[in-house]
Design a protein around this ligand. Structure first.
Ligand code: NAD
Length: 465
């Protein structure tokens, strides 16, 4: 059990050199992460391959028991993990942020251990089984580094695969620490992590001894991975970028939905794949929805993550900060109205961008049409639901979407017309370890979570006769 982030850093940092990791809230050094080389990757894959048959032979019940113990190890070190995550990623301890993410890691491990997956009888003489692939590679992003690693590794291990993870170069310490804690309960060599930049990700993806790859990150990287997987016909699960739309119908109570709308958009300071990124509001309630959102945005504290009162934090890195600042500036220049926010202090040490609501903006504006991945919500006015549906479906991504209405049946009928992997009614971004999650269009393919998620980590095999 680890009591403090410093205790975790002491076990995951290299004795010398490595990559310097900066706290995005303060500019201070958090620590140093190992910079693994190709030979380290090969050694990890080889060790994972050697450990796989014995891991498979333990069977579902024993693997589930070990995953449940690993979940408890995360819970026992939760405060230390949350503190490290907050310092490295920037997200506050409180709100739906660092403590929430660490709790979700334990919750997802427990849930994934609990699912039943029996062989399925598909005809009088045929059964469908799911066998492990072998070694699963997993490459992840910087926004929810621990939770997304668990989404990848938990079903992979449960199904009898061994795993090699490659975290984002922006947030490796969180994942190294999480893996260290998990490995206090797991057998040797079933779970490895290699840390480094894009090159080590490329090498993992192309590795001939990786049988299946789980990737969560941008659509551009996902496309590169599809290309590089061709030579080995590697199985892929791709959770890629989004730009989620929400449609607000005229029958809502604006003040009543403002808080849920706000958190649907600003969870993790907007750095969430399935966050609300474009809001289409009927003209009858447009002004009152915009005003209600602006009131919540102005009242929500942003600052250094370790200060208990904050629930919004900085952007994780400078490149992301600049994308957000440039898109808001361009929207302003094009005549959009900045209702609240939009004016970052230029003498600050961290990458803080204020929570920003943008009104009177055209649907074609890049702040609407591109995934800005920050604490900004553009609100577009519509007068006919058909137009709102057409605008929502107008992009080539489709991760999540939402419909907001007092009439659930009407909302469901509109949901059925939206091109997205999940459509929420009167909420946005709510996920559950039992409920499958995945993207439509260029937001990726394959499903995570639940029994459907387990099936994606197994090679289907029919036994007939
Ligand atoms: P990114 O694609 O830049 O990087 C993700 C990971 O891929 C990093 O570990 C990086 O080192 C590695 N990588 C980069 N190029 C690679 C290559 N050619 N081959 C192999 N690995 C490579 O993404 P990011 O900026 O870290 O994350 C933000 C993006 O992730 C956003 O677009 C967001 O929507 C998306 N995302 C999607 C989901 C989802 O579930 N659909 C969840 C979280 C984030």
């Amino acid at each position: 059990m680890f009591a403090k982030a410093e205790d975790l850093l002491a076990v995951v940092q290299p004795s010398s050199d490595g990559r310097e990791i900066i706290d995005p809230a303060t500019g201070e050094t958090v620590g140093r992460a190992p910079e693994h080389e190709r030979a380290d990757l090969d050694a990890a894959v080889e060790a994972a391959r050697a450990a796989q048959p014995a891991w498979e032979a333990r069977g579902h019940a024993e693997r589930s028991a070990l995953l449940t113990r690993a979940a408890q190890a995360v819970a026992d070190s939760a405060e230390a993990l949350a503190e490290l995550l907050s310092r490295e990623q920037g997200k506050p301890l409180n709100g739906p942020n660092a403590r929430f993410e660490v709790d979700a890691c334990a919750g997802w491990l427990r849930a994934t251990a609990s699912f039943e997956l029996e062989p399925q009888t598909v005809s009088e003489d045929a059964e469908l089984h799911y066998r492990p692939f072998g070694v699963v590679g997993a490459v992840g992003p910087w926004n929810w580094p621990m939770m997304i690693s668990v989404w990848q590794l938990a079903p992979a291990l449960r199904m009898g695969n061994t795993v090699v993870l490659k975290p984002s170069e922006y947030t490796p310490l969180s994942v190294l620490a999480l893996v260290h804690v998990l490995n206090t309960e797991l057998p040797d060599d079933v779970l490895h992590v290699v840390s480094g930049g894009r090159e080590i990700g490329e090498a993992l993806v192309a590795h001939a001894s990786i049988d299946k790859l789980m990737f969560t990150g941008s659509t551009a990287t996902g496309k590169a991975i599809i290309r590089s997987s061709a030579d080995t016909v590697k199985r892929l699960t791709l959770e890629l970028g989004g730009n989620d739309a929400g449609i607000v119908l005229p029958d809502v109570d604006p003040a009543g939905i403002a808080e849920d709308l706000f958190w649907g958009a600003f969870i993790n300071t907007g750095q969430t794949c399935a966050a609300l990124k474009r809001l289409y509001v009927h003209e009858d309630v447009y002004d009152s929805v915009v005003d209600a959102l602006a009131r919540v945005a102005a009242a929500t504290p942003m600052g250094i993550g370790l200060d208990e009162e904050n629930v919004l934090g900085p952007l994780q890195n400078k490149a992301q900060y600049e994308i957000v600042a440039d898109l808001v500036q361009a929207a302003k220049d094009a005549g959009a109205r900045i209702v609240v926010g939009g004016n970052p202090a230029d003498d600050q040490r961290g990458f803080f961008y204020p929570a920003t609501i943008v009104a009177d903006i055209d649907d074609a504006n890049p702040l609407v049409a591109r995934e800005q991945f920050g604490p900004v919500l553009p609100v577009v006015k519509y007068s006919s639901v058909d137009d709102a549906v057409a605008m929502a479906n107008g992009l080539d991504v489709g991760l999540g979407a939402s419909v907001w209405s007092a009439d659930r049946e009407r909302a469901k009928a509109i949901a059925a017309r939206l091109q997205a992997g999940t459509v929420w009614i009167n909420k946005h971004g709510a996920i559950d370890p039992r409920v499958p999650f995945g993207g439509a269009k260029q937001s990726g393919y394959g499903l995570e979570f639940g029994v459907e998620g387990l099936k994606q980590l197994g090679q289907p095999q029919v036994i007939s006769g």
